[in-house]
Design a binder for this molecule. Structure first.
Ligand code: ADP
Length: 472
């Protein structure tokens, strides 16, 4: 079985968020089992020298309605990754800030089709999010590709919606501009096209696959998704266990152990000293993540307003929308609260390792990596019961015999309003005082396997069900 995985970002080459981590970790594991080709754009910011990226002999033109676009294919020295180059797609300061994203990712999608048709035939084409979703209709309607197509949705909130002229420019054909296909309120929706034409669609957790069928989470596609239910499943992401290994993390002063909490306590002491907290014995609550509505930042700030004088320490690390960053300005001088606005990988690792509790009150969470990293680094997650959080964390008081098979233990809130949140904090303080239960939870979480091997097995099953001629 040969597989091509096309995405707009992939760690370590190009990353703007969790999508790159997921695609990078997944491709690394998948290629241990099957012949796998990764395909991403060769953005200007990708360090060609560092990765030994060189031009190949493969070059072709993509004919769009207004012009002919010459494409060059590059390849990294290690790993089976192809990079698609055209100045329009690749030359810009950032991955997505452009007025012409319809043309950029439409062109990329055409290039993926040509590559797979003429140079690297595969059994399965695996697409990720709206940036590559258009490959599915193009492959079937324009390029006559016969491979199985899987579309993975990492976040339904981003759909790639553009003016309808894109239908013409990208040579999709007006017959695709219908409500059942790519049309969306008189505009064109790339993700919708992917959902229609893919042989299977999955979200990045089983719970999110259910949630998106309802208006609260469906981003106006819930009715449309309900019509495609038979081909929609959910597979929980993994994390790269080598990358997130608390026993071998250069950012930490004390490598953590899965048998003893001593190093974690020392790491916490070091962090509290660094941040100038006067009492390191108080429970430490941490948030690491984007400052956005999705992450429940408004609710978190409201909680902090109510508990700021309680006997605990809080650290918030995040960056994002100015409105949500500004919510933290009132806490600049609180002795037991530190707010770090920015993106800082090393600090995030130290926070995971030092924290007693990790706060993740997301409104919705397609999968979420942070709660898994937190558990591996011995921070007990406090999460809202939604999406991947629901599938990876069970409440420590939950005695139900049925529990998701790749889940750790934490504190689970039904909602993320203030009452639920206060209840969770009270539970956390009780747990902090109960040394034995807390120790057992932390050490069992640290031993939990959140690797990619299990998800890759599930994806291979799914590939087998969609590839022409059945499994090989
Ligand atoms: P999302 O992809 O929705 O942003 P995830 O939980 O899936 O959320 O992944 C977020 C990843 O980014 C985690 O690895 C988290 O540690 C990291 N991260 C988020 N914000 C920051 C920050 N300000 N500094 C360092 N790392 C961060």
């Amino acid at each position: 079985m040969k597989i091509a995985v096309a995405a707009s970002e992939m760690f370590p080459y190009a990353k703007s968020g969790g999508l790159a981590d997921a695609v990078g970790g997944f491709v690394r594991e998948l290629s241990r089992h099957r012949e796998t080709l990764g395909i991403i754009p060769l953005y200007g910011m990708i360090e060609r020298k560092k990765f030994g990226i060189r031009k190949t002999a493969i070059a072709f033109s993509v004919e769009l309605s207004d012009d002919s676009y010459p494409i060059e294919i590059y390849r990294a020295q290690e790993g089976n990754v192809f990079f698609v180059h055209h100045p329009l797609l690749c030359e810009g300061e950032s991955l997505y800030e452009s007025e012409r994203n319809d043309l950029r990712f439409g062109l990329f999608s055409h290039a993926v089709c040509v590559l797979v048709r003429d140079y690297y035939p595969v059994d399965v084409l695996h697409l990720h999010d709206w940036h590559t979703a258009l490959v599915a209709p193009l492959a079937k309607e324009r390029y006559g590709l016969r491979c199985g197509i899987l579309l993975t949705i990492h976040n339904l909130a981003f759909q790639g919606i553009f003016e309808k002229e894109a239908i013409e420019t990208l040579r999709l054909g007006w017959e695709l501009f219908t409500m059942e296909k790519l049309e969306f309120y008189n505009r064109v929706n790339f993700l919708k096209g992917g959902i229609v034409y893919a042989d299977a669609v999955n979200t990045v957790s089983p719970t999110y696959a259910q949630e998106v069928l309802h208006s609260e989470y469906g981003c106006h596609l819930e009715g449309f998704l309900r019509r495609h239910v038979p081909k929609i499943t959910g597979i929980l992401n993994g994390i790269d266990e080598e990358e997130f290994d608390p026993a071998n993390d250069p950012a930490l002063d004390f490598p953590l152990s899965r048998r003893s909490l001593k190093p974690k306590e020392k790491e916490k002491g070091a962090l509290c000293e660094r941040l100038g907290f006067s009492d390191a014995h108080l429970p430490l609550f941490v948030y690491v993540g984007r400052m956005s509505d999705q992450k429940g930042i408004r609710e978190l700030a409201e909680l902090v307003r109510h508990i700021k004088d309680a006997p605990l320490n809080i650290v918030i690390l995040g960056s994002g929308e100015p409105y949500f960053e500004a919510l933290w300005h009132p806490y600049a001088h609180c002795p037991n609260i530190r707010v770090i606005l920015g993106y800082d990988e090393a600090t995030s690792r130290r926070l995971y390792a030092a924290a007693d509790f990790f706060l993740m009150p997301s409104k919705y969470e397609p999968c979420g990596l942070a709660q898994m990293i937190a558990m591996r680094y011995g921070a007990i997650p406090i999460v809202r019961k939604t999406g991947g959080l629901r599938d990876s964390v069970v409440d420590f008081t939950d005695r139900s015999p049925v529990r998701p098979h790749r889940s750790g233990v934490g504190i689970v809130m039904e909602h993320n309003d203030l009452v639920s949140f206060m209840g969770a904090i009270i539970k956390a303080l009780g747990l902090y005082a109960d040394g034995k239960t807390r120790r057992d939870i932390i050490l069992s979480n640290m031993k939990m396997r959140f690797s990619w091997s299990e998800p890759v097995r599930e994806y291979l099953e799914l590939y087998g069900s969609i590839m022409p001629g059945g499994r090989r």
